[in-house]
Design a protein around this ligand. Structure first.
Ligand code: HEM
Length: 180
């Protein structure tokens, strides 16, 4: 189901982007991939507490796929920004990173997600052993930074970013509660 929903979302986005006759297709792609990517990352983070609270082991089975699709959507989000919006003009991009805190925070979050995506396979899990778990704790930094990126965009509507912040906060509390 996760594969079906995420691939369908990719197809819908691609068809709007190429054939939707949108006024600003790049902006459309950037905003939609940002939102969907964030939802998938939060959903992946929610799997562990969901499995415990709902006694649903299936949540653990879909955790990795949700995280990887989240990463894929965010990679497209970044590509739309770097290529579509800035045409690979590094000077422009670096200036934007310097001037807009949201961009810097988003980039940090994305960079933290890269090692997680690369080592998400069972082979890497076996090879790294205990260190794998420690490495994957990077998500505890990456996800709040992703939400901060959304909050720092400084939009007129703050409700949705605040909603994501609240959900992530609750998920943190559930995880910390379990550790205690
Ligand atoms: C994990 C990393 C990231 C997540 C979860 C994320 C998520 C989001 C979300 C949810 C939005 C708002 C979408 C909407 O309003 O519909 C957004 C907007 C945006 N993001 Fe990201 N993003 C991430 C990383 C990045 C990076 C690395 C860049 C580029 C350096 C970036 C550039 C942008 C831009 C330019 C916008 C639109 C801002 C505007 O409205 O002017 N994002 N992102």
């Amino acid at each position: 189901m996760v594969h079906g929903v995420c691939i369908a979302a990719l197809i819908v986005l691609a068809s709007y982007y190429f054939f939707g006759e949108l006024a600003t297709p790049t902006r459309f792609l950037m905003l939609r991939t940002g939102s969907i990517g964030l939802i998938l990352l939060v959903a992946s983070f929610a799997c562990t507490p969901a499995a415990r609270i709902l006694h649903w082991q299936g949540a653990i089975q879909i955790r990795r796929a949700l995280g990887l699709y989240g990463f894929l959507f965010i990679a497209i989000h970044l590509l739309a920004y770097v290529w579509g919006d800035n045409e690979f003009d590094m000077e422009l991009i670096l200036r934007d990173l310097d001037e807009r805190r949201a961009m810097l925070v988003g980039t940090l979050s994305f960079m933290l997600l890269i090692p997680l995506a690369l080592t998400s396979t069972r082979g890497w899990q076996r090879r790294l052993g205990r260190r794998w778990k420690m490495l994957h704790r990077l998500v505890y930094l990456a996800l709040p930074l992703a939400v901060l990126h959304y909050l720092a965009l400084d939009r007129d509507f703050i409700e949705l970013p605040l909603f994501f912040a609240a959900v992530v906060g609750i998920l943190f509390l559930l995880r910390v509660g379990k550790r205690r």
